[in-house]
Design a protein. Structure first.
Length: 461
């Protein structure tokens, strides 16, 4: 019997031969085939395992193409070229990627395979987040480069179940910690049964867990994983995000990755990015100032130059922008610094570990989109040999006259829509698709009547 959660290379998922053996042995009865949608969620089907082995491995499985053209509530919305009522909401094909096959230890007898998305004629669906990233990684590969990434994803744990949270309209929930437990051992001990279950489950699902620590918002925690090549990191990220919610629900608790769930510090998702050459050597480190190579300087310069245009990919929701407050550890200034947490870009590590940390994304980020944007901006910096400005050595929040991170979704969407970088890196179809996603989100927000408005206006106006 082959345990596909502990294949010969425990750091990587098993292939289809191993899952077939597990199905034949009776240890796997269900296979989930899932794509990652625009919102960064796994969407797909649970398949009877023998059917998956006999049919889906060779032919894929079809799903409605509205999965890449809906809002957060799964409402069909207008404005997408990919699909519409006029075109009949047809199917596209989920093509399982064998390299993503893994057991889900928190779901009995269940394996997961992540899929790429193709049209019925076999052409890739360009606005698919995984396809967008693979396209940018292919551009890097033309230089002989491989992109590596790590994501640091924060969440807040509540003692209430998801159903209780829904019934209470997400008000009056009880955080698992009542006070700031940043780096607190006793604070994380209070939540250790859940954190331990998540850590061990993710390790069994093929991820390399580094650590868990408390954060500053009551009930807020972070579990860190070892960096991988960028595609693997994104695949792991969305599995972890889904699995953590499912494991929390099994504990009778809930957790949220929402960027700004209350008036305290929000949930961040810092993204670390670096490149290696065909010889496996780091591209960014060298003998220059700050330990950078000429390419490393151009990469950071490209990230600075393209950050505002790419912010829609880092912060895709109305709520995302409420993190950007001075003195909150969420960046407001487009600047870089050496180990400076007040900047949008932070240079960390040294020698082979030298990398840049983008601090703009929140916990609601779709990692495929964000890293696509980072790679695209980095490559343009190299292509144009952009000069690197001096780093910020003090408080970037108080930097007079500095360029600012977009403060609203509308501002970010306008920058994206008119971006030469977005058009050249992703093409007009993708630019229009994600501009429409922003429009749909803004229309929904502008039509909503909030608790804040009711409290201010119901009696007094």
């Amino acid at each position: 019997m082959v345990d596909i959660g502990h294949a010969a290379d425990s750091r990587r998922a098993a292939n289809f031969e191993e899952i077939s053996a597990a199905v034949a042995a009776g240890t796997v009865d269900t296979v989930i085939v899932a794509l990652t949608d625009m919102q960064g969620r796994l969407q797909g089907k649970r398949l009877h395992a023998p059917y998956f082995v006999d049919e889906v491995v060779r032919h894929g499985t079809e799903a409605c193409n509205y999965l890449l053209a809906v809002d957060i509530d799964m409402n069909t919305v207008d404005g997408y070229e990919l699909t519409s009522w006029e075109s009949g909401y047809g199917d596209f094909v989920l093509v399982p990627d064998p390299d993503t096959t893994r057991m889900l230890p928190w779901q009995e007898g269940t394996a997961l395979v992540q899929a790429d998305v193709q049209k019925l004629d076999g052409t890739p669906v360009a606005p698919s987040p995984r396809q967008m990233l693979k396209h940018q990684l292919a551009r890097a590969a033309e230089r002989g480069w491989t992109a590596y990434a790590g994501t640091e994803l924060e969440f807040i744990v509540f003692e209430d179940t998801y159903e209780q949270a829904w019934d209470r309209n997400y008000r009056g929930l009880t955080p698992a910690n009542r006070y700031n437990v940043d780096y607190s051992v006793i604070g994380t001990s209070r939540v250790e049964p859940l954190l331990r279950d998540i850590r061990l489950s993710m390790a069994k699902a093929g991820m390399t867990v580094e650590s868990a620590k408390g954060e500053c918002n009551p009930g807020q925690h972070e579990i860190a994983f070892l960096y991988k090549d960028a595609l693997t990191t994104c695949d792991n990220h969305v599995v972890y995000k889904t699995g953590a919610k499912e494991i929390a629900a099994a504990h009778g608790q809930s957790l949220t990755f929402m960027a700004k769930p209350n008036d305290k510090e929000g949930n961040s998702c810092h993204i670390h990015l670096s490149f290696r050459g065909a010889d496996g050597q780091p591209v960014m480190s060298g003998d220059g100032e700050y330990g950078l190579s000429p390419a490393g300087e151009q990469i950071i310069a490209g990230l600075l130059d393209g950050l505002r245009e790419m912010t829609l990919l880092f912060a895709p929701n109305v709520n995302s922008y409420k993190r950007y407050q001075d003195g909150s550890f969420a960046p407001t200034t487009v600047a870089w610094g050496v180990d400076n947490r007040t900047c949008a870009l932070r240079l960390v590590g040294h020698g082979p570990s030298l990398r840049v940390e983008c601090r703009v994304p929140g916990g609601d980020v779709n990692p495929y989109l964000a890293i696509s944007g980072l790679v695209a901006a980095a490559l343009r910096g190299v292509e144009r040999e952009l000069p690197l400005p001096a780093p910020v050595t003090g408080n970037a929040y108080g930097l007079d006259g500095a360029t600012q991170v977009p403060r609203t979704l509308g501002e970010a969407a306008a920058l994206w829509s008119s971006s030469e970088l977005a058009a050249s890196a992703f093409g007009p179809e993708v630019v229009a698709h994600y501009a429409n996603m922003a429009r749909v989100e803004l229309d929904a927000y502008n039509a909503a009547v909030t608790d804040w408005e009711l409290r201010r206006c119901f009696e007094r106006l």
